[in-house]
Structures are given as structure tokens and as C-alpha cells.
Design a protein around this ligand. Structure first.
Ligand code: HAM
Length: 525
């Protein structure tokens, strides 16, 4: 008998269950409504994309790409999983050879070498097999050949596992790269600009799970993309870009306000552009070198790899040192400084309250100029509920036309947590009407009544078998029903139905056709 296995959701993933999912739906519905008022339409990109897309967009050296992506080779469907034990490797070698020749698995140098080796080893395996079956062998030489035979099989299995069976593919760790890919793929630069898109859905990062941090988590994000017409003077558009940035931020703040999110704090920064940032990074690196010995190992390493990330450090002992480092605001080029000032003015005009945080550098490589993060109450150390910024040039980096971009992503799990912690997670639970019925004739009437009530939008529970009324009303209470429709012989005979208000116990009789009207008057929300 197969061993009984206890299956559990994989570490860092979880089931979202009712009634909590009602809150998730309400949050997503509110996002749809608010974003629509700002002219955004929904995009639903796929959940997996070429690994290279994320590596190029988010950055190969970032934590997300270098450590956290769920990546696999998308092998042709007809190939067996070589990691499984019960497959026929003779057949597998024949299959991969054929698929290699027809270019259905990559014709890479590594694959070419491996296929040659596999063919040779398979031949050896067949020879040895033949000898073991047919030759008259002494015990010693049989043992020797058998060892060789076993090693050859192990070699074949190992070589099969080394083959590159298909393009490297990753579960999306974020969706900005996908939206840019889609913008290019569908020629969206030909649409009226800017193109405003939002998305909701799961993202995947192999992070250490804790409160507010999961390996499968959900984002609600939005992006604004606008192709830059040829010969446009970038300096001329500073005001326009700033207004777009401010409106995107205003939109997310409006959404949070609509949900009643508490303790919302918006922090903004400018991290410069291709012209001024490299100079600042060099200056920062030089300053960090002077204090290298006083820094922890992570920051020491980052002096080389990405000095900006040192500013992100939460290490207590480094805070004093970081406070004395040069600030990017003092080293922005004229265009970046002008744009940053204008973003702040535009936010002011929109009544959006913000704080400046010169240490706000984001963990993704595509940003330039405006960056922002929003924190909310009740989240502990993982308190960033939204992050975003401008990413002009990303579409071009991915092979599209010169394009500007700005967007954000909200961590929906954290947003929900914060709402719950503030007691804003309440959702309408239970049922509106429990249909309590007894008797065969009553069942037909109960079914018809449930159909009519559901069509009118009420949440109805209809027991599949008859129940004594006492038991039925007990169950109605447990389900949090507000009304019970009681249908027994009496009601069927007279056509006068009994409706009971469960909270007060009040009971009234009414004609069948008046029921929906009565309940509509009673249940207003
Ligand atoms: P991000 O800062 O990597 O930005 O993620 C945005 C938000 O997703 C975070 O502020 C956080 O609330 C949530 N989040 C990230 N990782 C996790 C996790 N492991 N568990 C739970 N929540 C998490 C981006 O993803 C960019 N694509 C945002 C953007 C859009 N920038 C421009 N456009």
C-alpha cells in the first residue's frame, strides 16, 4: 500500500481562505475602481517568462535575480523527467539525440559534447549488457564487467541530467519587466500615449519567509509607458514627467485612503540618471573606502558591487557612518534636480503628503530619478507596502523604442495585514437568507425560492436535505444568516411564507411574491 503522506503547502506559500478572501476581493475591486478613474486598463501577463528578461530588466547582480528566482528549463513535453528513477534511459538517449538534431532542444556547445558522449556510452552499455548476457565469464571478470556496466549506466544518467533541455524560464519575481515586454511585443507605442496599465497577481521570490514576507506573494501594480518621439529634447519634458510621477503617486495614495489604510507614510527620493548617478556612485565608493574597516561584511562587499545599497543598511553600527556620507540630492545634474523639485511641487498641488529620504535606493536596477516607497502601520520589519519609481530607458534596454516609464507595485499581502491589524479587515460574512424547508412539496418551492433570491443578489443557503426546523435554525445561526425563510406544509398550502429575522426572533408571514421586495427593503447594503 502506498505510504500515507501528509501534504502541506510549501514553505513560504499559503492558502488564502474565506472569509479573508472576501477582503482580498474587496481590496482588488477597490483597486480596479480607483485605477479606472485614472484611466488605467488591466493587463494580465503570464506568470513565467524567459529568465533573461528578468536578468536584463531587474539586473543580474540584484538579490532578486541572483538568489531568489524560481527557474527551470522548459523542456519539450515529450521528454521524460530524467530526475525520476523509473524511466527508460536507452529511449531517453534516442529521444534527446533526435530532438537535438531537429533543434527542439538547444544546439548549444555543451549539448553537442554531451550528445556525442551519450551515444558512445550507450554503445558501451549495450556491449557490456550483451557480454553479461551471453559470454561465459569467470566470477571475477563477471564482477568486473558488472561494475563497469553499473558505472556506465550512472554516467549516462548523469550526462542526461547535464543536458540543457530548453530555454531557461523563471516564475516572475515582479511584473514591470513583463509589462515592458508586452508593450514592445504588441507594438503599444502605436497606441495613444501614454499607455496606462495595471495588474494584480502572484509573484515569486525565494526569500526567507517571515511575517509579511512570502515566497509566493501578491502584487497590485501599475505602469505608465510613453514612447519618446524622435529628437525630443529631454530637458523640455521635465515638467510633464514630474506631473506623471505625481499623478501615479496620487493614485496609489487615493487607493490607500479609500481603503482606510492607517499610518501611511510616503517617502520619495531621486536617484539621478545615467549622467549624474555614476559620478555620485564613484564619490560614494571613494568615501566608503575611507571607512571600510568600520563597516560590516555585507556593506564591505557592496562597496564593490553596488555602493548605493550600503545606504539601505539597517545595521545599527553603520548608521552613524551612513549619516555622514555625501547625499545624492547634492550631486544631481540640472535636469534631475529640476525634475525632483517639480515632483515635490506637483505632489504639493495634489495635497499628497511626503517625506524625503535620501537613503531610499531600490533593490532593482532599472530605476532612475524618482523613486518612492510607502510604509503602513502594523507590519513590523517588513513594513514597505508599496515601492516604485521611474524607469525611462527600460523598454529600450529590452529591445523596444526609446520609452519613458513610471510605476509602482503594492504588496497585497502586507496591505491586507495592515488593514486587519487596524481592525479594517471586517467583511460581510455568512448568508442573507437560510431556506429552512420540510417535506417533498416544500423542496420544490424552496428550490424555486432560492433561485429567485439568488437572482436578486442575495446570499442564500439551501440545505440539500430536509431538516427539522429547530436544527435548521441552529445551522442558520452558525452560518451567520440574517433571515430564515421557513417553508413547511402550512406555508405551501396557504402560499403565505414565513420570514424570520434571526437576530430579533421576529417572525412574519407574507405572500410569496412579496418576499424579495421585503428583503430588499431590509438588507440595504
Ligand atoms: P518591489 O519593491 O520589489 O518592487 O516590490 C513591491 C512591493 O511588493 C514591496 O514594497 C512589498 O510590499 C511587496 N513584496 C516584495 N517582496 C515580497 C515578499 N517576498 N513577500 C511579500 N510582499 C513582498 C517591484 O516589484 C517593482 N516591480 C515595482 C515597480 C513597478 N516599480 C516600477 N513599477
Amino acid at each position: 500500500m502506498a505510504e500515507k503522506k501528509k501534504f502541506q503547502a510549501i514553505k513560504g506559500t499559503r492558502d488564502l481562505l474565506p472569509p479573508e478572501t472576501e477582503l482580498w476581493n474587496r481590496v482588488e475591486q477597490t483597486a480596479r475602481e480607483v485605477f479606472a478613474t485614472f484611466g488605467f486598463g488591466e493587463i494580465r501577463p503570464p506568470i513565467f517568462e524567459p529568465t533573461e528578461l528578468f536578468a536584463r530588466a531587474v539586473g543580474g547582480e540584484t538579490d532578486i535575480v541572483s538568489k531568489e528566482m524560481y527557474t527551470f528549463e522548459d523542456r519539450p513535453g515529450e521528454l521524460p523527467d530524467f530526475k525520476r528513477e523509473s524511466y527508460n534511459f536507452v529511449q531517453a538517449v534516442a529521444d534527446v539525440t533526435r530532438l537535438f538534431e531537429t533543434e527542439q532542444i538547444p544546439r548549444s556547445g555543451l549539448n553537442e559534447v554531451l550528445i556525442k558522449l551519450l551515444e558512445a556510452k550507450l554503445k558501451k552499455y549495450q556491449d557490456l549488457n550483451q557480454r553479461l548476457l551471453t559470454d561465459q565469464l569467470s566470477a571475477d571478470s563477471r564482477h568486473e564487467i558488472f561494475e563497469d556496466f553499473r558505472k556506465t549506466v550512472a554516467d549516462i544518467v548523469s550526462d542526461l541530467n547535464k543536458l540543457e533541455l530548453g530555454p531557461r524560464t523563471s516564475l516572475r519575481p515582479e511584473a514591470t519587466a513583463s509589462v515592458c515586454r508586452a508593450y514592445i511585443e504588441h507594438g503599444m507605442h502605436a497606441l495613444p500615449q501614454p499607455v496606462k496599465l495595471y495588474y494584480t497577481g502572484p509573484m515569486f521570490r525565494r526569500e526567507r519567509p517571515q511575517k509579511g514576507r512570502y515566497r509566493q506573494f501578491y502584487q497590485i501594480g501599475a505602469e505608465v509607458l510613453e514612447m519618446v518621439p524622435p529628437n525630443q529634447d529631454p530637458a523640455k519634458n521635465i515638467g510633464k514627467d514630474a506631473a506623471v510621477d505625481a499623478e501615479v503617486i496620487e493614485m496609489v495614495m487615493t487607493f490607500f485612503a479609500r481603503l482606510g489604510l492607517e499610518g501611511v507614510k510616503l517617502e520619495i527620493n531621486s536617484i539621478g540618471d545615467r549622467e549624474c548617478r555614476p559620478k555620485y556612485v564613484e564619490l560614494l565608493r571613494a568615501e566608503l573606502m575611507k571607512v571600510k574597516d568600520k563597516l560590516g561584511p555585507d556593506s564591505q562587499r557592496r562597496i564593490e558591487t553596488n555602493p548605493l545599497r550600503v545606504l539601505d543598511s539597517k545595521l545599527e553600527s553603520e548608521q552613524g557612518i551612513i549619516a555622514g556620507l555625501p547625499k545624492i540630492a547634492d550631486h544631481l545634474c540640472a535636469n534631475c534636480a529640476g525634475q525632483y523639485a517639480e515632483v515635490k511641487r506637483q505632489l504639493g498641488m495634489r495635497g499628497v503628503v511626503f517625506e524625503e529620504n535620501w537613503r531610499l535606493v531600490r533593490g532593482l536596477d532599472y530605476y532612475m530619478r524618482t523613486t518612492f516607497e510607502i510604509t503602513a502601520r502594523g507590519l513590523g520589519s517588513q513594513n514597505a507596502v508599496c515601492g516604485g519609481g521611474r524607469y525611462d530607458g527600460l523598454v529600450e534596454l529590452l529591445g523596444g523604442p526609446p520609452t519613458k516609464g513610471i510605476g509602482f507595485a503594492i504588496g497585497e499581502d502586507r496591505l491586507i495585514l495592515s488593514l486587519q491589524e487596524a481592525g479594517k479587515g471586517g467583511v460581510a460574512q455568512g448568508r442573507d437568507v437560510f431556506v429552512a424547508w420540510m417535506g417533498e412539496k416544500a423542496q420544490a418551492t424552496a428550490i424555486a425560492a432560492a433561485q429567485k433570491l439568488r437572482a436578486a443578489g442575495f446570499r442564500v443557503e439551501l440545505p440539500p436535505v430536509e431538516q427539522k426546523f429547530g436544527k435548521a435554525l441552529g445551522q442558520a445561526d452558525k452560518l451567520g444568516a440574517r433571515y430564515a425563510l421557513i417553508l413547511g406544509d402550512d406555508e405551501i398550502a396557504t402560499g403565505q411564507w414565513t420570514v424570520k429575522t434571526l437576530a430579533s426572533g421576529e417572525q412574519r408571514k407574507m405572500a410569496a411574491q412579496d418576499m424579495v421586495k421585503f428583503l430588499k427593503g431590509e438588507i440595504k447594503e
